[in-house]
Every structure is written in structure tokens, then in C-alpha cells.
Design a protein around this ligand. Sequence first.
Ligand SMILES: *[C@@H]1O[C@H](CO)[C@@H](O)[C@H](O)[C@H]1NC(C)=O
Ligand SMILES: *[C@@H]1O[C@H](CO)[C@@H](O)[C@H](O)[C@H]1NC(C)=O
Ligand SMILES: *[C@@H]1O[C@H](CO)[C@@H](O)[C@H](O)[C@H]1NC(C)=O
Ligand SMILES: *[C@@H]1O[C@H](CO)[C@@H](O)[C@H](O)[C@H]1NC(C)=O
Ligand SMILES: *[C@@H]1O[C@H](CO)[C@@H](O)[C@H](O)[C@H]1NC(C)=O
Length: 368
Amino acid sequence: MFSSLLIAASVVASVRAQQSSSFPAGVIATGTQGITNPPVPTTGTAINQTSMARLLSINSIDDFCIFAPPYLANISDTEQIEVAWCTQQRNNARLIPDGTLTGVSFLKTDFYVQVYGYGDFTKLNIVDGDYGGELDPHGATGNGNPIGGNVTTNIVDGVDEPIAEWMLYIDYNQFCLRACTNANSTYSAAFMCWHELDEMGCEFVMPGNYDFNGTFETCEADVAYPPGWYPTATVDGTTSFSTFAQYATGYYTGNDGSTTSYTVGTTVTPSSAYFTPSSSGCSTVSTVSNGVALASLGVSGSGAAGSAAAAATGKASGTTKASGAGASATGSSAAFRGARVGYGSGGEYAGIALVSVVAGLAAIGLLH
Ligand SMILES: *[C@@H]1O[C@H](CO)[C@@H](O)[C@H](O)[C@H]1NC(C)=O
Ligand SMILES: *[C@@H]1O[C@H](CO)[C@@H](O)[C@H](O)[C@H]1NC(C)=O
Ligand SMILES: *[C@@H]1O[C@H](CO)[C@@H](O)[C@H](O)[C@H]1NC(C)=O
Ligand SMILES: *[C@@H]1O[C@H](CO)[C@@H](O)[C@H](O)[C@H]1NC(C)=O
Ligand SMILES: *[C@@H]1O[C@H](CO)[C@@H](O)[C@H](O)[C@H]1NC(C)=O
């Protein structure tokens, strides 16, 4: 929880730092690529099914990458060391074996690009039946889950742009990935790619048409509300929203060595997003294939680089999942806590972030 408070505060800082970018503040990543990555996205790189590179590019239905384990593992045990698997040879990454994906939807919206799909992700080293987990550029250390994981897209202006805020949910048969490419004073990139609802499923966090298994489609789509936002009222054309903190309990150890329990959020979590954005102008292709016969090259899809020991540090606590009907603590009436957010003419992100900080602190304070 404390790491997320720092993240909320850092959102404010990044918003202020990037006024000169032609993109809205907070959209473009300003750091360097992670040390396992090529310095820039690169096409046509050699096949390497033991690669540890962690650079995703999300450009089109047949040119995108996702994170999955470097060796057979559950996602929650390997969040810090997932590696990039791409549909094409690029970024020094591993190749997604043909036949892995059974359906993909690639959505372009004014605020984000979203690619989500179905498949047999045991071919990408995920344990059969694994509930999966949530990956994002923050993580327990602030260096990302996976550490040094990066994302680019060229869908906005044809140029590979490093994207600051993204989130990926993946389990053994489903994934959903959003990279936030725009922002305005209502929606910061950080909120549109809000990463703290890791017990909610893809359908909740990234609402859209999920009835596409067996189809490979590219669509334009309306912009969803940021994950967990619910409109409460519109006055003079200005919409207010409420949101909630995912219910979570845990323990932290203070500087004096004492252990304190905390509870954040409500015991009642909404079970679905406020609305499902519609998509339009869809085009389909019959499948997504790179045509590489990995087996005939003497390599399987799943090279086993790394070791279980390397994954043992900093394991995320709590369960996460990519699919499913929401958190275990669902109920019929949605109780919202914390941030009521609106917008004015400036400083809104700061206002929103600070409300989150205050709500989080208050929740912890209650248990002291
Ligand atoms: C790469 O990821 C790290 C960790 O999240 C981040 O600090 C850095 O800004 C990213 N760099 C790029 C170019 O995306
Ligand atoms: C494949 O990736 C691994 C891990 O990054 C690296 O050690 C190895 O040299 C790469 N192999 C080739 C042929 O590039
Ligand atoms: C994956 O998680 C399940 C359930 O916790 C566990 O039984 C299984 O041993 C794990 N598999 C691996 C390869 O770690
Ligand atoms: C920001 O964009 C969203 C989605 O298009 C829109 O609903 C909202 O009104 C915009 N906010 C402002 C202040 O223009
Ligand atoms: C998607 O379709 C494939 C092929 O029909 C099927 O094996 C798989 O179970 C489906 N996935 C889901 C999540 O329904």
C-alpha cells in the first residue's frame, strides 16, 4: 500500500514535468529502456526463445507483444521477471508460436490502444489453470512488473512512442493489454491505465466486446471510463465521478520493527464496469501468424531460461486474475469510498491524486 501512495504522488510530479511534449503530460515515458531491452523497438530480430528482453510493441493485430513467464510458472510467482513474447520477430523478444492465439481484438480509441485475446497461453509458459495476474510499470519496487518492462506503440503518429502508463492482465487462456496514449483534464493517462484493481477481471478493468474468440478483429472504439470510475452527476455539462479502492488487507512492518495490519477499500466491490464502450468499423483477418516453424528449428515455444530461485524475491501478495467475475468481496449494492473527482481548468490530476492519497492514509489510519 505504501508503494501505491508514492505512485499517486509521483503522478503529480510527472504531470508537471512534461509540459513541452507534444503529447499531453504523463503520456510519454521519459526514462530509458529497461536493461534487458534493445535501446529502441527493432523489427526483424533473431529468433531467441530464451530471450529475457522485456519490450512490448503494440502496433497492429499482427504486430504486438505480451508479457509471459520465462519458464513454466504461475504469473503471480514471476511478475518481476516476465519476458516479452511477440507475434513477429522484433525487440529481441521471444516469438509467440503460431496456433497460440485463438482470437484477438485490437481496439484503437482516442485515449488508449487495447489489445485483448484468447489462446493457449500454456504455450507461453503459463501453468494450465493459472488465475494469472496484473503487470504494470509500477510494481513493488517502482521499477515495473516486470522490472524494466517497457511498452511502445506507433498507432498515434506512425512513430514508435514509449508509453508511460500501461497494464496487462494475463492468465492461462486470456489476456488484455492497454497502453494509454492520450490524456485530458478529465482523464490522466495514469487513471485511464489505473493499475490497482488487480482482483477485478479483464471485463471490468478493460470493458469492451469480449465475444470474439475465433475472430481476429481491428476496430475503432469509444473511450471507456477509467477503471473503477462511476459517474454520479452531471451539472452544467460537468460530470462528477465516484470511485472505490479495491478491498485489500495486509500487513506492513514499520521502522521500529512492529507489524501492523491494514485494510483498504470497502468490503463491497462493484461487479461490473458502468458501461461497455461500443466498437465500430471493424475489419477482420483470418488469423495471426508469423509462419515460423519453431519445432523444425529445434526450438519449442517455451525456452526455459532463468531459474525459480531468481523469481523468488519480492513475490506479490494476494491473488490476482485476468478472468472472472470480480473480486471475492462483491455485493449487490456498490458502496464507493474515497475519491470524488471532477475537473476544472487546471491542477485536476493533482486534486485526484491527492484525494487518493488522503483516502489511502485515512484507511490505514483507521487501523492504527
Ligand atoms: C522503462 O520502464 C521503466 C520502469 O517502469 C521506466 O522507468 C522507464 O521510464 C521506461 N522507459 C521507457 C523508454 O519506456
Ligand atoms: C538469447 O537471449 C539470451 C537471454 O537474453 C541471451 O543470453 C542469448 O545470448 C540470446 N541468444 C542469441 C542467439 O542472441
Ligand atoms: C501454480 O500455482 C498452483 C496453485 O497455487 C500450484 O499448485 C502450482 O504448483 C504452481 N505451479 C508452479 C509451476 O509453480
Ligand atoms: C476528455 O475526454 C473525454 C473522452 O473523450 C471527454 O468525455 C471529456 O469531456 C474530456 N474532458 C475535457 C475537459 O474535455
Ligand atoms: C477459445 O476458443 C478455443 C478454440 O475453439 C477454445 O479451445 C478455448 O477454450 C476458447 N477460450 C475461451 C476462454 O473460451
